[in-house]
Design a protein around this ligand. Structure first.
Ligand code: AHR
Length: 321
């Protein structure tokens, strides 16, 4: 009887210790592309804070300053340090195959967040978490499809003069948004893209590019900027040219940063498709699941909205970025 009691107590001790046992300490390397936009800063802070809040993780952060070679170096240093997992946003889609293969050989799982690598290299990473960039481009096109008619700008026949300021050439965000917008554009032969150039996702380049567009063609009717940062820069150029953004030029954008939302409320941007940068909590959840031996889905989507004059003012006070 005494023996049974001792065994029972021992088992209870074992169970209670294992029930509260702390998770294994994991080191995670995070390779960010840089800090080209307000959006990017919000994304970086979200990921850093989420890992900081979870003491069983040690985060090694590396800022590539918009240089792919810096990112590849950072990934190699994570591999050399034998981190448990890599969280990675790709500056552009191509050129990471060899280093991702090295991570795979070293059995280090790679979780992409925000921007993915090209399809040919997707087998080398575990999953991608973030926005569907193709859908974002489609949503922009669909908003225009409905609203250009409502505004009396599109009669389905007369040519409409479009300008597009793209994000960083070759980045997942730029490639996807261009593709998605192209799906809708293809249904509207009278939407003429007369001007298209990259503004590298920065406000200053957005302004410069729009200045050049307007010098060449003051009759632009619709502007699509691939992010709000460039959109706000472009709006400065439009105002300096004596025109009213949102009125003389219909302006659609992506991100829904506070600055962008304020521009909708001021009537200077007509529509913004949301791209959510607050990926930290989801990233921590995914890495925790991985550590616990769970299988991650091949794609982890973020839920995103679309804003225009009907709902931006109500949403503005709760915007976090
Ligand atoms: O990859 C997401 C894009 O990159 C965001 O739209 C933009 O603001 C950022 O710089």
């Amino acid at each position: 009887m005494r023996k049974v009691l001792v065994v029972l107590i021992a088992l209870m001790v074992i169970f209670s210790v294992s029930a509260v046992a702390a998770p294994k300490q994991w080191v995670v390397g995070f390779s960010q592309i840089g800090s080209e936009s307000e959006w990017r800063t919000a994304d970086t802070v979200s990921v850093q804070n989420a890992f900081l809040d979870e003491p069983s993780f040690t985060l090694i952060y590396s800022d590539a300053q918009q240089k792919q070679e810096n990112q590849i170096k950072a990934l190699r240093s994570f591999i050399a340090r034998k981190v448990n997992c890599i969280v990675f946003t790709a500056l552009v889609e191509t050129g990471y195959g060899p280093v991702l293969q090295e991570a795979k050989n070293a059995k280090i799982p790679v979780i992409m967040i925000d921007r993915d690598v090209a399809p040919a290299d997707q087998g080398l990473r575990l999953t991608i978490m973030g926005s569907d960039m193709v859908k974002e481009g489609e949503k922009v096109g669909l908003w225009l499809e409905t609203n250009l008619k409502k505004l009396g700008i599109d009669d389905g026949k007369t040519d409409i003069d479009f300008a597009i300021i793209d994000g960083t050439v070759g980045s997942g965000a730029m490639v996807g948004r261009k593709e998605g917008f192209g799906h809708i554009l293809a249904n509207h032969p009278n939407w003429k893209v007369m001007h298209e150039q990259t503004g590298n996702f920065t406000t200053s380049e957005g302004k410069q590019v729009m200045e050049a567009f307007l010098k060449a063609d003051p009759k632009i009717q619709v502007l699509f900027t691939h992010n709000d940062g460039m959109g706000l820069g472009a709006n400065e150029a439009i105002k300096e040219a004596g025109l009213k953004p949102g009125k003389d030029i219909i302006h659609v954008s992506i991100d829904a940063t506070k600055g962008g939302m304020e521009a909708i409320v001021a009537g200077e941007i007509n529509c913004i498709v949301e791209c959510n940068p607050l990926l930290g909590p989801q990233a921590v959840q995914a890495v925790s699941d991985l550590r616990a031996g769970k299988k991650l889905p091949a794609k982890i989507d973020t839920i995103e909205g679309i804003f225009d004059s009907t709902n931006a003012a109500a949403a503005l006070p709760t915007r976090q970025y």
